[in-house]
Design a protein around this ligand. Structure first.
Ligand code: MFN
Ligand code: ZN
Ligand code: ZN
Length: 569
């Protein structure tokens, strides 16, 4: 089938197209330069056309989602809709059901969402859920930062075996890249402890957090993985965590990118939900923003990219492999909390969180997130996330976009005391008058995440790329985003069209088609012998310490029925 999206106003930063009136054409699922006169015309006159959105960091599938949904029936009672001819019923607000997750991303004009933390031991289950979420392509990042074998190899500075281990584990778990969460800290949680900073060691492992991070980054580059290491550093959510965040970034600054990786991405480290790692002070009583210090570093260095984890002021559910941090939140809030340990690989905790604009600390967090967006000079270094659902649900992205585009709206919130005065007193937000434009928004929601992940088939409207396209009912020539924040939010809330692989999933703001999701995973080639050697090496430990048999551990092909395999050699 051939289509032509006619007369739209196109924002495509990867091709430096900034608000040009232009037709976009696609054929058989792929963007093309030209179509025949038989092409079906979709009139999008004066509407915004962008590549489909890419969410670089969200928690949408896997064991902690299931536990969260189970123990928060009060969340499932929100967002309920009846089934229609096309759709299953929906439920949930912060942790929507799998079908609702796919539908809602599709309504926002998104086509790709990265599941940011997959325990390899429960990868099978994660993939079954990925298969239950419609509409999207979903890569998943397996967790490596507290893995016993990785920590042992890192202690010996044995980068080659870590690389072989990673290559094997990406195959075994059908994963896309290396995720690290609170390195050494989640292992310490097995003993009721945590680590506090990059020079701390996991108990009974003679290796520091920093050594684990550096070793994994080197292995990542040795393998030329399309994505860099993706890290949630130590000390999340703790006042005074800025030095740890800076030391984490600085630890990898001299690591050289793999030669092939260097052709597709700039960074050697992606730091997720930076907002939670940007606090000064000694306690919440004297905490303040560390955004300036962190953004100064990021502006000066090209080896780090980040996403923000923007607070949205909602009642949400937090869930993370950083289990000791969730215990800290439990002690602060007293809300119901649960813990999920996953043997010798990682950990997890889950607890609701109510972010209120009346709460000084939550307001501080909100303002810091916006400061990060506004103080990072190059929008290619920062991505829009709420670390869904940790800082709020992804369905709030349009509201965040409206905040970024309107200094007037931000000042109104501060001056009218819609938010607590700490936003003004303890951050510089009120002094930042920068406003994002549509090109910047397209960058932080499309082109930057694509580049950071090394995607070479999406995130741009380049001929040959997948026809993943979003159209929004916003006329950039008529709207003044600075004064019309509510209209911006409304316009981005529901796409006019969402097109995925050339299939029209959303039309006239309604889902008209449901499509099976596809998992994207990275298949490293050329390391097979080293992989087997490492597997043979660790087998005695695996047999002794894991409660599953090796035969049951790897994700068999039938769990991933419709994969997009990315071969790397
Ligand atoms: C990441 O997974 C991920 O992370 C992320 O809520 C997450 O109340 C999961 O106990 C948080 N508050 C304070 O201590 C504040 C001080 C308080 C006080 O006690 O003094 N001050 C005030 O109330 C101010 C009043 C005065 C004024 O100035 O207005 C704590 C408390 C808290 C702190 C609670 N912390 C948690 C934050 C961290 C991490 C949430 C979520 C997190 C989730 N992804 O007139 C006048 O001036 C009067 C002054 C006022 C007065 O004194 O009344 C994984 O993948
Ligand atoms: Zn995290
Ligand atoms: Zn996260």
């Amino acid at each position: 089938m051939e289509y032509i999206l006619k007369n739209g106003i196109v924002y495509d930063p990867a091709n430096e197209i900034n608000g040009e009136k232009k037709d976009v054409m696609f054929k058989d699922g792929i963007i093309v330069d030209d179509v025949s006169s038989d092409a079906k015309v979709l009139d999008v006159t004066d509407k915004i056309v962008m590549p489909a959105g890419i969410d670089p960091h969200a928690h949408i599938a896997g064991p902690k989602l299931v536990v969260g949904r189970l123990y928060r029936p009060e969340d499932s009672r929100r967002g309920v809709t009846q089934k229609t001819k096309v759709l299953r019923s929906e439920s949930g607000f912060s942790i929507p059901s799998c079908p609702a997750t796919g539908y809602r991303y599709s309504r926002l004009g998104y086509g790709t969402v990265v599941e940011a933390a997959m325990p390899p031991l429960e990868a099978k289950h994660t993939h079954e859920e990925i298969a239950t979420i419609p509409q999207l392509d979903i890569p998943a990042l397996p967790l490596f930062g507290n893995n016993w074998f990785v920590m042992e190899y890192a202690k010996d500075n044995n980068i080659e075996d870590i690389a072989a281990f990673v290559a094997a584990w990406l195959k075994i778990s059908k994963g896309y890249g290396i995720k690290i969460v609170n390195p050494c800290g989640s292992e310490a949680w097995g003993w009721g402890m945590n680590v506090h900073g990059v020079n701390d060691k996991a108990p009974y492992f003679d290796v520091t957090s920093k050594e684990v991070v550096v070793a994994l980054a080197k292995a990542n580059e040795m393998l030329n993985l399309p994505h860099s290491i993706h890290i949630h550093p130590n000390d999340l959510g703790h006042p005074g965590n800025v030095p740890t965040t800076l030391e984490t970034m600085d630890a990898v600054k001299n690591i050289k990118k793999g030669s092939k990786a260097a052709e597709i991405r700039d960074q050697v480290m992606h730091l997720c939900h930076l907002q939670f790692h940007a606090y000064t002070g000694n306690s919440w009583k004297d905490a303040a923003s560390g955004a300036e210090e962190l953004t100064k570093y990021i502006n000066k260095h090209d080896h780090v990219t980040c996403d923000v984890g923007q607070i949205t002021f909602d009642e949400t559910t937090t869930m993370t492999a950083d289990a000791p941090m969730e215990y800290d939140l439990f002690k602060l809030s007293g809300l119901k909390w649960t813990n999920k340990d996953i043997e010798c690989e990682t950990a997890a905790g889950i607890i609701p969180c109510i972010y209120s604009p009346k709460n000084p600390v939550n307001t501080l967090q909100w303002a810091i997130g916006l400061e990060l967006f506004l103080q990072i000079e190059d929008p290619w270094k920062v991505c829009l996330t709420t670390d869904h659902p940790n800082a709020g649900p992804f369905t709030r992205y349009p509201r965040i976009i409206s905040w970024l585009m309107s200094n007037q709206r931000r000042m109104e919130m501060i001056e009218n005391r819609e938010v607590h005065k700490w936003a003004e007193k303890r951050t510089t937000l009120a002094t930042l008058d920068r406003e994002y434009d549509f090109y910047d928004i397209a960058t932080i929601t499309r082109s930057a995440p694509a580049k950071i992940y090394g995607f070479t088939d999406r995130g741009a409207l380049t001929p040959g790329y997948r026809a993943d396209i979003a159209v929004y009912d916003i006329n950039p020539n008529e709207i003044d985003p600075s004064r019309q924040a509510a209209d911006i939010e409304k316009g981005f809330n529901i796409a006019d069209y969402t097109i995925k692989d050339g299939q029209i999933l959303v039309k006239d703001k309604e889902i008209v088609k449901v499509k099976e999701s596809q998992n994207m995973w990275v298949n490293v080639k050329g390391w097979e012998q080293n992989e087997q050697k490492v597997i043979d090496n660790i087998m005695p430990f695996f047999t002794q310490y894991y409660s599953v048999k090796w035969e049951n551990y790897p994700v068999h092909d039938h769990y991933v029925s419709n994969p997009i395999r990315i071969d790397v050699d």
